[in-house]
Design a protein around this ligand. Structure first.
Ligand code: PLP
Length: 337
């Protein structure tokens, strides 16, 4: 689209936090094998995948769900827990799907400003009362890339009533390097209102296939499952996800490459005077305020498609070194000029 609009030979897309590489050979082969069964309905519950995820995380399978992307699971959670007028609390700016699902169900979104570009879980807890049905925490946060530690998550859970579901959306968990992140899964025993969402879209590079997963109390999982559109997680997606779990080492190697590039890009931007906050996901956040929309447009005119949030900032996905260099060169031209 940018190519057509600006008459460019080849634009690069750094706008959707996609993986910069194609599928692993073993995953591609599993998908190819699964095409033998395209005439058949796949397992609605994705049982084999649930069992593999349960085994990997040492949880009962009743605590595991699989959905059509973690966005699909967010929609299921909204359908399960939100009625018109119900308050739902989340930080802002955060994932753009949150207000969409809130308004879809007629719920009322209570947004809480970030503090230092980071989810302020104490302030979010302040907004929760007996009527609040959901708190949504993207960790790391999209679009700012910052993360909060396990101690803050626990403190939030200790403060909200058990009738309020706390969703920890860990779409970018695999990219996090800060040790404070910890593992929230042991908290599931203590807090039956905790739901943890993860996805194969980002670190595993399967965005096109739409498969995400979640962990929670068996009753919560059963309620969420009851809203799944029949066969929403297709057979190719299930096969790819299962094969991906067997290719964890390769995934980690690829993620390590993205993390190294993230550090390099962030350092370059810092040295150019951009106050990029700590980056814990596969993107960097340029908090440029009023200049954001113009920068995103200027980058696009040079064939570098990023995600501009007018008056707030610009989010740039980390890709491979070549594309990252193209972004940095374009940025220097826009910024300097
Ligand atoms: C990308 C992203 C997701 C993942 O969506 P899928 O539906 O699994 O592709 C979920 N949450 C956040 C915050 C994201 O940025």
């Amino acid at each position: 689209m940018a190519e057509r609009e600006h008459g460019l030979a080849e634009a690069i897309k750094l706008a959707s936090n996609e993986a910069p590489f194609g599928p692993l050979p073993s995953v591609r082969a599993a998908v190819a094998r699964a095409t033998d069964d395209l005439n058949l309905y796949a397992d609605h519950r994705a049982t084999a995948l649930r069992e593999a995820l349960a085994a990997r995380h040492g949880l009962d399978v009743e605590r595991v769900t699989v959905g059509c992307g973690s966005v699909g699971l967010l929609q299921q959670l909204a359908l399960t827990y939100l009625d018109p007028g119900d308050p739902v609390v989340f930080g802002w700016p955060s994932f753009e799907a949150y207000p969409v699902f809130a308004s879809l169900t007629g719920a009322s979104a209570l947004t809480v400003d970030l503090r230092d570009h980071t989810n302020d879980l104490a302030a979010q807890a302040d907004r929760v009362d007996e009527r609040t049905k959901l708190v949504l925490v993207a960790n790391p946060n999209n679009p700012t890339g910052t993360a909060v530690g396990l101690a803050e998550v626990r403190a939030l859970l200790e403060r909200v009533p058990s009738s309020c579901i706390v969703v920890l959306d860990e779409a970018y968990r695999e990219f996090v390097t800060m040790p404070e992140l910890g593992d929230p899964l042991p908290l599931l025993d203590e807090f039956p209102n905790l739901v943890v969402l993860r996805t194969f879209s980002k670190a595993y590079g399967l965005a096109s296939l739409r498969v995400g997963y979640g962990f929670g109390h068996p009753e919560v999982i059963a309620a969420v499952d009851s809203t799944l559109i029949p066969f929403a997680v297709n057979g190719l997606a299930q096969a790819a996800a299962l094969a991906s779990l067997d290719a964890d080492d390769e995934m980690r190697e690829r993620v390590a490459g993205v993390v190294a590039e993230r550090g390099r890009v962030r350092d370059a931007l810092l040295s150019l005077g951009v106050a990029v906050p700590d980056a814990q996901a596969n993107f960097v956040w340029l908090p440029l305020g009023a200049a954001s929309a113009d920068l995103a447009l200027a980058l696009e005119q040079q064939g570098v498609v990023t995600r501009g949030f007018p008056d707030v900032g610009v989010r740039v996905t980390i890709a491979d070194a070549t594309r990252n260099d193209r972004f940095l060169e374009a940025f220097e031209r826009c910024h300097g000029g």
